[in-house]
Design a protein around this ligand. Structure first.
Ligand SMILES: [Mg+2]
Ligand SMILES: [Zn+2]
Length: 278
């Protein structure tokens, strides 16, 4: 049996580890009118600032911490995903989360499913409660405190930067990759801001891109696909992640670090060309 390559596994959270957007879900369940406002506000505001502004309206409506905690127990977190996380961890992978949600929500959800201890890092915006039962969300990168990430990865479709000013996931992924001598990186994502981290990977690495989401739209455009050297595998369900992990982390006598999935999941290995990075 061959030794498994030392692997860094980095998950986006919303629509990647869980089957909803956690910020959307909270307002959908507790304040539908605010959920509707999000669709307009997000065009003009940094996501984190918008969520923070909307959370400020909840205490006056009598919505408490226990209401939010109760809603977080309803977040769809599939048993197959829990199994996949345990599998990767027991195979020796370094598991991390890189998300534009917040520390409170993510930690709470991980705790609800008994998997928080499997992660060495959760890189995301700060979420914390004050004495008035108000949840605050603060940018991962704080203006006037942290150096700006200055992401230069551009979404060719919109002409805008792929990453929000509060968090360049590409830069953060590179920081994580430099912390150890990893032989392989597996990145799981779905959103527009998951394009920049996908551009940081090499041909030894894998992007597990959720089908039907924005990242798939980006990665299926040739000019964007050309910027990603990693093998890209599209997936639909948590059970697909479990199967992908079973393949990636099996101790087989093979030099292939990437094992193709079966069951009709779309696979594509993209040509390696020069990468525009942050
Ligand atoms: Mg996401
Ligand atoms: Zn970026």
């Amino acid at each position: 049996m061959r030794r498994l390559p030392k692997t860094l596994v980095v998950f986006d959270f919303d629509w990647s580890m869980i089957d909803v957007d956690s910020d959307h879900f909270i307002f959908e369940k507790l304040a539908k009118d605010l959920r509707e406002k999000m669709d307009i506000m997000e065009n003009n505001m940094v996501w984190t600032d918008m969520v923070n502004a909307l959370l400020s309206e909840l205490p006056a409506r009598g919505i408490t911490r226990s209401d939010i905690d109760q809603v977080l127990t309803q977040i769809p977190f599939r048993p197959a995903m829990v199994r996949a996380l345990h599998l990767a961890h027991s195979a020796g992978a370094d598991l991390r989360i890189l998300s534009d949600a917040n520390t409170y929500t993510i930690s709470r959800i991980l705790d609800n499913h008994g998997v928080r201890h499997l992660f060495t890092e959760v890189a995301t915006n700060r979420g914390y409660w004050d004495h008035n039962d108000r949840l605050w969300v603060e940018r991962y990168l704080r203006l006037d405190v942290d150096a700006p990430h200055e992401c230069k990865t551009v979404n060719g479709k919109t002409g805008r930067r792929s990453c929000a000013p509060n968090l360049c996931k590409g830069k953060e992924l590179r920081r994580m990759m430099n912390q150890n001598k990893y032989e392989r990186v597996v990145f799981i994502g779905d959103g527009a801001n998951d394009f920049c981290p996908s551009c940081q990977l090499s041909s030894n690495d894998v992007v597990l891109c959720r089908a039907g989401r924005v990242l798939e739209t980006i990665l299926t455009q040739p000019r964007h696909a050309a910027q990603v050297k990693a093998q890209v595998i599209f997936w639909n369900f948590a059970s697909d992640i479990l199967q992908a992990f079973e393949n990636l982390f099996q101790s087989v006598e093979s030099d292939d670090s990437v094992v193709a999935l079966d069951r009709g999941i779309v696979l594509s290995t993209l040509d390696a060309v020069s990468v525009t990075t942050c």
